[in-house]
Design a protein around this ligand. Structure first.
Ligand SMILES: N[C@@H](CCC(=O)N[C@@H](CS)C(=O)NCC(=O)O)C(=O)O
Length: 233
């Protein structure tokens, strides 16, 4: 049996998509980020970066943190959504790493300035524009690839599952999709997959409107420093 440590954010949905696509049974363990569940000693043992998602496979006794590594683990153990040949494997891996190292962090920063920065994005014009431009640039990179391929790495794979949830909030991020017709086609094709619909409904009751946070929750999420990490054993 698999335990998925989860909060309803794009990084969490990447994994519910893969689990639903593979029809794997799993226990959903909510991580309440605003309440500080990510700093609990038992969670830090499996996720030392105090971030969700994390996965525990009781069959193999292996635990994995970082969404890209979790997706690779599930692809490898099921033999699905990642080609077996070297060429195909690295076609997928390069787009997977592109997502975890680029699209995710950049979209995460857009989200921060749109949803959470004190004073709103208007008070942080330089930073907001910097990340919004980068998000837009990454749309163009996807467009270029998707104009020749149905999916990022050719066939539908864990690379698409990683990238897609970060495109979901594009309207809130005031990102134009009309300029990127193949991104739109790809986005709609994935949105209409039954497993993806199911995966996006997982943990629906845990969702809060973006930006809604108490002062205490804000401190928990955005007050982290090296010293606060080392305070935990
Ligand atoms: N690189 C990580 C990013 C994970 C991440 O940033 N998770 C956020 C939620 S989307 C989190 O757990 N934040 C808790 C915190 O900031 O304390 C991955 O891909 O798994």
């Amino acid at each position: 049996m698999l335990d998925l440590y989860f909060a309803p954010t794009p990084n969490g949905w990447k994994i519910t998509i893969m689990l639903e696509e593979c029809e794997l049974p799993y226990n959903l363990i909510p991580v309440n980020l605003g309440a500080g569940d990510q700093f609990k000693p038992d969670f830090l043992k499996i996720s030392p970066n105090n971030r969700m998602p994390a996965l525990v496979d009781h069959e193999t006794d292996i635990s994995v943190f970082e969404s890209g590594a979790i997706l690779e683990y599930l692809a490898e153990t099921t033999g699905r959504f990642m080609p077996a040949d070297l060429d195909g494997k690295y076609r997928v891996r390069q787009w997977l790493y592109w997502q975890v190292g680029g699209l995710g962090p950049m979209a995460g920063q857009v989200s921060h300035f749109v949803n959470y920065a004190p004073g709103g994005k208007e008070d942080h014009e330089y930073s907001h524009t910097r990340y919004k431009n980068e998000y837009d640039r990454l749309f163009a990179v996807m467009q270029r690839s998707l104009s020749n391929n149905a999916y990022l790495a050719g066939e539908y794979s864990i690379a698409d599952m990683a990238a897609w949830p970060w495109i979901v909030p594009y309207k809130r991020f005031e990102q134009d999709m009309d300029a990127y017709p193949d991104v739109r086609r790809w986005f709609d094709a994935i949105k209409n997959r039954p497993a993806v619909r199911k995966a996006m409904d997982v943990g629906k009751a845990l969702r809060r409107p973006p930006g809604e946070m108490s002062e205490e929750q804000r401190k928990m999420m955005f007050g982290q420093t090296g010293a606060s990490v080392l305070k935990n054993p």
